[in-house]
Design a binder for this molecule. Structure first.
Ligand SMILES: Cc1cc2nc3c(=O)[nH]c(=O)nc-3n(C[C@H](O)[C@H](O)[C@H](O)COP(=O)(O)OP(=O)(O)OC[C@H]3O[C@@H](n4cnc5c(N)ncnc54)[C@H](O)[C@@H]3O)c2cc1C
Length: 493
């Protein structure tokens, strides 16, 4: 049955995430952990009571819970260095955490251990207007950087929808993307330099505003970006900035079915106006937004495409009619566009809030993050709906369509016996098909522990051996974020 024929499930009250005890925990002597940690950090920066640890047991995926043994919040980078120097001897895994908005089970204590929360590293140290770069600490929230840049006529393009809270540390560690990455590219395109503390307490700077010249010789940024907390603790970044575009038009169009919205996406991708973003919400996603405080007056019952062109005013003003024609010719009889700040803001708020609203439908959800060749879009989306329907699970699709970066959200209740297993079976079948059509496991959320089991579906033993060698070189006992990215990457104490 096509998705457009579905009604959206009624809103249900949220319930606490299900606790799943990690079977792989490293044994910790908790009695002497507190004093040992207190020796490494200043007063009030170590937390071990169950109430204090509860908020750190999962990430935004929620339904898997891995209580840590302790949480530490270093006061500044110097204290983080002290902690890392002592951490090696703790005999426990160490996980870095920004805002915990990961959707892949990234910053969780899958083997137990100590979570290092970077919330005190929040300084924007420099915005260099001549060089178009900034120097920021790793715990700066993405939207705080945007707010500081906007009055200066600059912006930092990667824009994950979690921007109000997610940190630049989490963004760099997971190579975050976002709506505007279709044209502007992802985090790795903007990281000029990284300061990282290794597990022996040594501090290294790779790259930098001068592109790795001078004292900072090793250009190992590429190893660092996307390393998911397995190589070291990031303390600082140097990021490339761009001038704000002079003018922006945001367009939205609705479509009756998957085939016509797919045609619109292909036409937009090929058009010389080169949109900055091409996003899609399915009818359930639209209904969810319209049933919330984020309602933006979107027509219900259709697939919605959101796109944007930006650049010199004369150029984009001349092109907006051609872009709206493309949207109509693909089969939409409802195209609207605006260059008015408030209308545009409401549309983007609706789109970006959609993922966060899923928690209102049911206690749990899983979001896949597969990337597919765009030609397979309608086929794979139909597979998502068919598989979910057959299992009696609700599927909602809200994603970065221009990049072919799918986000099928499976909404379920892990307290209902068998539901989680059904979702996991759908996830595996979906991933196998994604790979068969030439796609891959993650576009922006990372592998974490949620998708680690799928890695051998994409990579053969030789590739896995080489990839594994990278964290092993930096961190031979895999003490940093074990059981992430590679399912067998265990800390053995
Ligand atoms: C509603 C919602 C919408 C989202 N939309 C998007 C989107 O559009 N695009 C996108 O890419 N993602 C999106 N995400 C996923 C998530 O927000 C991103 O992955 C983000 O980059 C995570 O940042 P964080 O600060 O929350 O990191 P965390 O979740 O705390 O950690 C993520 C990973 O980074 C590592 N890490 C964190 N800080 C450091 C550090 N200082 N040093 C070393 N490693 C570190 C952690 O160990 C972990 O592996 C969304 C999530 C939600 C909940």
């Amino acid at each position: 049955m096509p998705a457009s024929a579905h009604s959206v499930a009624p809103l249900a009250a949220s319930a606490p995430a299900k606790d799943r005890a990690a079977t792989d925990r490293v044994g910790a002597d908790r009695r002497d952990l507190l004093p040992r940690l207190q020796r490494l950090l200043s007063r009030g920066r170590v937390f071990t009571s169950p109430a204090q640890l509860a908020g750190y047991a999962s990430d935004a995926l929620g339904y898997k819970s891995y209580p840590p043994d302790a949480v530490v919040i270093p006061a500044d980078a110097a204290e983080l260095v002290e902690f890392m120097r002592g951490a090696r001897d703790l005999g426990l895994p160490v996980m870095l955490r920004g805002a915990g908005t990961s959707l892949s089970g990234g910053p969780v204590a899958a083997q137990g251990g100590v979570i290092v929360h970077t919330s005190s590293l929040r300084h924007i140290r420099e915005i260099n207007r001549d060089g178009f770069w900034c120097e920021v600490e790793s715990g700066v929230a993405l939207n705080d950087l945007d707010a500081a840049l906007k009055p200066l006529g600059m912006f930092y393009p990667p824009d994950p929808s979690s921007g109000p809270v997610c940190t630049l540390g989490g963004n760099v560690a997971s190579n975050a993307g976002g709506a505007h990455c279709f044209r502007y590219g992802v985090t790795s395109h903007y990281v000029l330099g990284v300061e990282v503390v290794l597990l022996d307490g040594t501090v290294h700077r790779f790259g930098g505003p001068a592109g790795g010249r001078g004292r900072w010789r090793e250009d190992w940024r590429r190893f660092m970006v996307g390393s998911e907390g397995t190589l070291g603790a990031f303390t600082r970044f140097w990021l490339r900035l761009l001038p704000l575009p002079e003018k922006v038009w945001t367009l939205r169009a609705t479509y009756p079915d998957l085939r016509s919205i797919e045609a619109a996406i292909h036409a937009l991708v090929a058009h010389p106006s080169f949109p900055a973003a091409i996003e899609m919400l399915d009818p359930r996603g639209v209904a969810m937004v319209e049933g919330s405080r984020m309602a933006a007056g979107l027509p219900r019952g259709s697939f919605m495409l959101l796109t944007e062109i930006d650049g010199p005013a004369a150029l984009v003003d001349a092109r907006v009619a051609a872009v709206s024609d493309i949207l109509r010719r693909a089969g939409s009889d409802d195209v609207a566009f605006s260059d008015e700040e408030e209308t545009r803001r409401r549309l983007w708020k609706a789109r970006k809030a959609a993922g966060g609203l899923l928690g209102q439908l049911s206690p749990d959800f899983v979001v896949q993050d597969a990337v597919i060749p765009k030609g397979a879009l309608a086929e794979i989306l139909q597979l998502v709906y068919d598989e979910a329907d057959a299992a009696g699970i609700l599927a909602v699709n809200i994603f970065h369509a221009g990049d072919g970066n799918l986000h099928p959200n499976f909404v379920f209740n892990s307290r209902v016996p068998g539901e989680l297993e059904k979702v996991e079976r759908i996830g595996e079948r979906l991933m196998r098909r994604v790979i068969a059509v030439g796609g891959t496991l993650s576009g922006e959320h990372g592998i974490g522990n949620d998708k680690a089991a799928y890695m051998p579906l994409v990579y053969g033993p030789d590739s896995m051996r080489l990839q594994w060698a990278v964290p092993a070189a930096f961190n031979p006992r895999h003490q940093l974020n074990p059981l992430k990215v590679f399912g067998e990457r265990r800390f053995t104490g």
